[in-house]
Design a protein around this ligand. Sequence first.
Ligand SMILES: O=C(COP(=O)(O)O)[C@H](O)[C@H](O)COP(=O)(O)O
Length: 326
Amino acid sequence: MDSDQSVVDPAVTATADDIAAMRIRGAATIADAAAAALATQAERSDAATPAAFERDLRAGARELYETRPTAVSLPNALRYVLRGMEGETVSALRSSTIDAAETFRAELEQAQSKLGEIGANRLRDGDVVMTHCHSTDALACIEAALESGTAVEAIIKETRPRKQGHITAQRLRELGVPVTLIVDNAARRYLDETDHVLVGADSIAADGSVINKIGTSGLAVNARERGVPVMVAAQTIKLHPDTMTGQTVAIEMRAETEVLSADERTAIGGDADEMPPLRVENPAFDVTPPRYVDAIVTERGQFPPESIVTLMRELFGETTAEPWDG
Ligand SMILES: O=C(COP(=O)(O)O)[C@H](O)[C@H](O)COP(=O)(O)O
């Protein structure tokens, strides 16, 4: 039977749509949602044969995979769950897949809280932390610090164009952290008042480069110039195994309308024939070279970025396949 006959559950398609539209966003949350969607596919599949079941699961994984290209946690999650799909019967395949998804999700949560405890050790009472975007891994460090009685304050970059800084501001205020919200362009000025830059990651490359929300690299360069340490909070699921063999991480380009509305485009001349063309570019992520990063904090400990490849080899070996290739 060919793959055209696979059946993807509507719940998987709905999750894929939510990820693509960023109603589900952030690398760890995307991974969690993708694993949950595969569990739902496994639960609801009415495939009559083991081959049909496996084909449906792989088709679901492919649909989820194609939503956003930069956060490696997504293919890492899909690979984990599909590798757990074992058995000779549909029923065995179903239960092993559901178990794998549940284990993955539980480990994700545990990794984040472990990472938080490790990251919290870098923070001292009264420290001011500058954040960029909204990272649940980064927030886990602040949360763990607060739980152990270390008070911190936060300077939060707005993070244009989608203003994920607002989510960070809300979460930190809910935790009782005093927050100063700034526009992205004010970051360098406020680095003088900052003790740590704390960001998350969508992917970490074998050379220790950190791929995170656009603007992270400029922030890190400025922080180095001002002598402010840059701490990246990233579970090992953010390690990008394919970069060990030289593959680069795809940077997602998003819609023009996130930057410039149709009315704004018209106001600056639109597409009038007498005007030269106007192109709007909206890369969602950038690459921070390892020399601007002081520490990558994972659930396995904290690492100088240049040594992360050792952990990557230990966890992933030298090669990986597409998630649906097992
Ligand atoms: O860049 C972003 C989110 O980008 P987007 O909003 O475009 O998804 C976050 O810093 C990382 O995904 C880490 O988040 P987490 O630590 O929660 O995995």
